[in-house]
Structures are given as C-alpha cells and as structure tokens.
Design a protein. Structure first.
Length: 544
C-alpha cells in the first residue's frame, strides 16, 4: 500500500465557528430570549462572544476533558456554550430539563460535571438538585445582571464574560477528543451517555449538509424546535455554521401560536422537530387558514411522521416534508426521506406513501437488517429484521458504562438500534417499529406505526398511539389510545370501520380508548412506556 501525501489536519469544532465568522460574518442569528424580547446578532458577533466565554471558562479553571453542563432552551447563549466549551477541549454535557428527579441526579453525578450553566427558567430545578450534584463547583445563570435569579453563589453569564478578551487562538488537539455528551432518555434503566468527538461532530455536519442540501445556505433560515439540550438539535449548530444558515432560536415558547409568529416575523424558510410539535403548529395554521409566510420545508423526525400530517403540510400549505430517522447514538442522522427526480414525478398519493417511509441513508451511515440468529436479511423491502448501523458518527460504546457498551455492538462491530425495519433495494428504509413497541400477537408482529398511520386518516382524531395489552391466548393484542380533535366526536365504531378498510383483520385494535392527552416523554415524543404503565390494569373487552 502506498500512503497518500496529503495534510492531516484535525477536524475540530472550533474550525466551524472560525469559518462562519469569516465567510458568513454578516449572516444573522435570532433568538427569542427567556427574559423576553428578540435578540439578534451575526456569526461574527457570536464568534467574539464565544472567545470571551472560552477565555472566561479557562479563567474559571475549566480544563481540557472537564465536563461542563448546560440546562437551557434554544438560544444564543446556549449556542455560545456549545462552541466555547468544546473549543477549549472541554466537554459540553447538555442536560434534558424534562428528566425525572432520579435521572437529573444520575446524569450530573455520572458525568461529574464541574460547572453548570442554566437558563433562569430552570433556576428552580437547580435549587432542587444542587445538594445532590456533588461534583458541580460553579453555577452560572445564563442572563444579565438585571435578571439574576436569587440564588446564593450563582455567577452571572454576562458579568462573567464582560471583562474577558474577545480574541482567542483555539488550541489544537487530536480530532478524536471528546466534545459533547448527551444521555439517552433512559426508557429502560439509567440513561446512557453518548460521548461525541470533534471528528464525529464535524463529519456528521458534513453528512447532514450534503444530504439535506435544500435546507441550508446563506439565503435560508431554520427554526430548530429540536432542542439544543438533546442530540445537539440534530447537529444544526454545526451544520448552520458550515453553510452560513441563519438559526432562529425559539427559547421556551414552543406552542403552535408562538412558533407561527416567530416563523412569520423572522421569515423562517425551514423548521425541524418531532411530530408532536407539528400537531400544535398545524392547529394554528388551520385556525389562521394559512402557513407562516416563507416557510418552505419541515423536517420531521424522532418518531414516525403520520401520513395525514405529511399530506396536510404538502397539499394544503405547499410545505415540503422531509422525514428523518436517527437516534442519540447516531449523532443523530441515519436516513432522510427526500425523493429522487423520478419519484417526485409520481402522483401525490404515491409520493406521500414514499415520504411516510424513513428515507435513504445519509452518506456515512451503513445499514443492515438481521434475523434473530444475526444472519443478514436481503434488502428487498419484504424481509424485516433488527436494524444495525455502522459509521464514523455512531457510538462505539457508552460513557463509563461497560455493560451497556458490550451489549450495544454485535460481533462485527455494528450498533444495535433496537428498531425493526425493512430496506428496499434502492436504499429506502421503512421502520416497522421499535422492538419494544411491536405488538406480538399470535406469533405475528403488528406494527404500532402502521395502525397509528391508518387511524390518523380519520379527521376526528388529533393524535393516537397503539400499545400492546397482554392477552391470554394471543400474547398481546393492540389497543388504540386516541385524542379527539377539537370539536369532533368520532365514535369507536367509526374508527374501527375505517381501520377495517385499511388493515388485515388480525391487525385491528381490540379496543379504542379516548383520552384527553397522550403522555409526552423527555424528548417531546409520545411515550408509549408511560402509556403502557397507565393501562397496566386495563382488561381487553374479550379477554375476560
Ligand atoms: P430516546 O427516544 O430514547 O431519546 P432517541 O431520541 O435517540 O432516543 O430516539 C431514537 C428512536 O426514535 C429510534 O431508534 C426510533 O425508534 C425512533 N425514531 C426516530 N426517528 C424516527 C422516524 N422518523 N420514524 C420512526 N421512528 C423514529
């Protein structure tokens, strides 16, 4: 083998913001602040404040490798922390503010965070858990002196960075240095830490901009509803910097009306988030009879995008829907559902059918499906099996968790996603379900996603979820838990009749239960685990 003669510069996150501040220096970034009002500045302004923050962190005693935690909404100070912490070789540990008490205590102690930066809205959480967070030496409220919460010993972000220099020459270090830490929401057992490196982060943003190219550019703007506190807002802080895309941070206001207003006033050309968020925005759009002016695309990921949601966005409002599939352990992008030219020419119903699938892998992610013995299954869109992934932005294990790390990978070193999927010869991925959400009925699997998709075609439903209920003969049977649309009075029979026309008999739910609302988990998705717990004592109509 002959070695190539090319430079080998480390792929570092600091290089992204340096690039953006020079090449896209005048491009704005907008934040709805938690103090109230809109904050605006440019990538060049941001770089200066990032340098000040980095110098302040060093002065505070933060060393390379230290974990520094954030507990914050999407906003410019959180963006600054991303770059300043990683830039000096420390690790930005984003904490999900929707964790349970036990998980809050676990993640900070497990990560051994030495400093914690928080939005003032989260001051009550900090007060509540401070005594349990032994490793944390410094608390910093992400605000100015005028808005400081009444908390003994807490520092003020603006006061902290004010005297620091706005110049910095970033240190060089190996590209596999840890940059950021995000814990899974821990649906089973303790949360597990995905420890992203500089290299994986830079590569992931390159993969992302190469695949979702229509979303990015210095004439575009994206409103990330996906939080900076979970999986790095799907990589947007980094991919926006590479492409000079304006980010519009919504702060704490994530309801449909607030999102609509911010999208409209700031001319968002795109927005990314989980399906539950879009239900709120679509309700607001229906009320107003129009979309926010300028909104061209939404990226829906995190759970399956229901077909009727795709239809409404595209047909009623002319907004392009892209579906993305991925997970915390994949940085997170795995597949994106844009169509090839020949597919764009299909009729509307066929296009929606394709867009309801999870899309094709992004460059840099390999996919395989296997049967229970671990044998590879064909990519023929018929065989379904457990989905495994491999690539440079996928975890090789979990932070300080050997047991989980060993279980995560198969013998060939592929990561087990816990999803069951089909893959077509042309690469199109269909997620059948999460292994733990499949309803196991009489030796067959029922995809909860398929049943939900079919039920959501009923206009009288605002949202729904299917769970398996233990059954003496069939092991489990599906039950549809549904939320009525405002003003609608759908009946159980009506819904079952609709499903009867779309599904096989054995896939039909044994019951339809109406509830006021579905439980939402820490990442904003419907939590089937909580739903199963809620209906633990429920008896099926015919099971006796
Ligand atoms: P957690 O929900 O534990 O925080 P993630 O946010 O990483 O974990 O979620 C990853 C999982 O979400 C995937 O394994 C998959 O089951 C589900 N998921 C993500 N995107 C989609 C999608 N577009 N369609 C169906 N399922 C999805």
């Amino acid at each position: 083998m002959l070695t190539g003669m090319m430079m080998n510069r480390p792929l570092l996150i600091s290089g992204l913001i340096d690039f953006a501040s020079e090449v896209y220096g005048t491009i704005p970034m907008v934040s709805q602040t938690v103090e109230g009002g809109i904050h605006r500045y440019t990538f060049a302004d941001s770089r200066k404040r990032i340098a000040k923050l980095a110098n302040a962190l060093i002065a505070m005693g933060v060393k390379p490798g230290d974990r520094v935690a954030t507990l914050a909404w999407n906003g410019y100070r959180h963006f600054e922390l991303y770059y300043a912490i990683s830039g000096i070789g420390a690790v930005c540990h984003t904490i999900n503010p929707r964790l349970s008490a036990e998980q809050f205590i676990y993640v900070v102690n497990h990560a051994e965070d030495t400093a914690l930066f928080f939005d003032i809205t989260f001051a009550p959480i900090v007060e509540k858990f401070k005594a349990h967070w032994k490793p944390v030496k410094t608390y910093v409220a992400m605000t100015d002196a005028a808005h400081m919460p009444d908390m003994a010993g807490a520092l003020c972000y603006e006061t902290l960075i004010a005297p620091a220099s706005d110049q910095i020459v970033w240190p060089d270090f190996p590209e596999d240095t840890a940059a950021a830490l995000c814990y899974t929401s821990g649906t089973t057992g303790d949360p597990k830490g995905a420890l992203y490196s500089h290299r994986s982060t830079v590569l992931h943003s390159l993969y992302s901009v190469a695949t979702i190219n229509m979303a990015f550019g210095s004439d575009r703007s994206i409103l990330p509803v996906v939080p900076l506190f979970h999986v790095n807002a799907w990589g947007l802080p980094y991919s926006a910097a590479i492409t000079g895309t304006t980010l519009i941070f919504p702060g704490a206001k994530l309801d449909g009306a607030s999102l609509f207003e911010l999208m409209e006033s700031e001319h968002a050309s795109g927005s990314w988030g989980v399906p539950t968020v879009w239900l709120g925005l679509l309700a607001e759009m229906k009320k107003r009879g129009r979309k926010p002016v300028g909104l061209k695309h939404v990226l829906i990921g995190g759970s399956a995008a229901p077909k009727p949601m795709i239809e409404t966005f595209e047909k009623d409002y002319g907004i392009t829907v892209l579906q993305g599939w991925g997970m915390t352990e994949m940085s997170p992008l795995g597949t994106v559902g844009h169509l090839l030219p020949e597919e764009e020419n299909l009729d509307f119903a066929e296009r929606v059918e394709l867009k309801a699938k999870q899309g094709r892998r992004v460059y840099g992610v390999d996919l395989k499906i296997v049967d229970e013995a671990g044998t590879r299954l064909p990519h023929d869109d018929v065989a379904s099996g457990e989905l495994f992934v491999r690539g440079n932005a996928i975890v090789s294990g979990y932070y300080k968790n050997e047991g989980a790390s060993v279980r995560a990978l198969d013998k060939e070193g592929w990561f087990a996603t816990g999803d069951v999927a089909r893959i077509a010869a042309n690469g199109m991925l269909t997620i059948v379900d999460r292994t733990k959400d499949l309803v196991k009925s009489g030796g067959e699997w029922i995809s909860s996603i398929d049943v939900e998709n079919a039920a959501m075609a009923h206009t009288g439903l605002a949202n729904c979820a299917v769970i398996g209920i233990p059954h003496p003969k069939w092991t489990e049977r599906p039950v549809l838990v549904a939320v009525k649309a405002p003003g609608a009075e759908p009946s159980k029979d009506e819904i079952l009749k609709l499903l009867d026309s779309k599904l096989a008999k054995w896939q039909l739910p044994d019951d339809v239960i109406f509830v006021e609302a579905l439980p939402i988990g820490p990442t904003g998705k419907v939590s089937k685990r909580d739903l199963r717990a809620k209906f633990a004592d429920y008896k099926l109509p015919e099971a006796g």
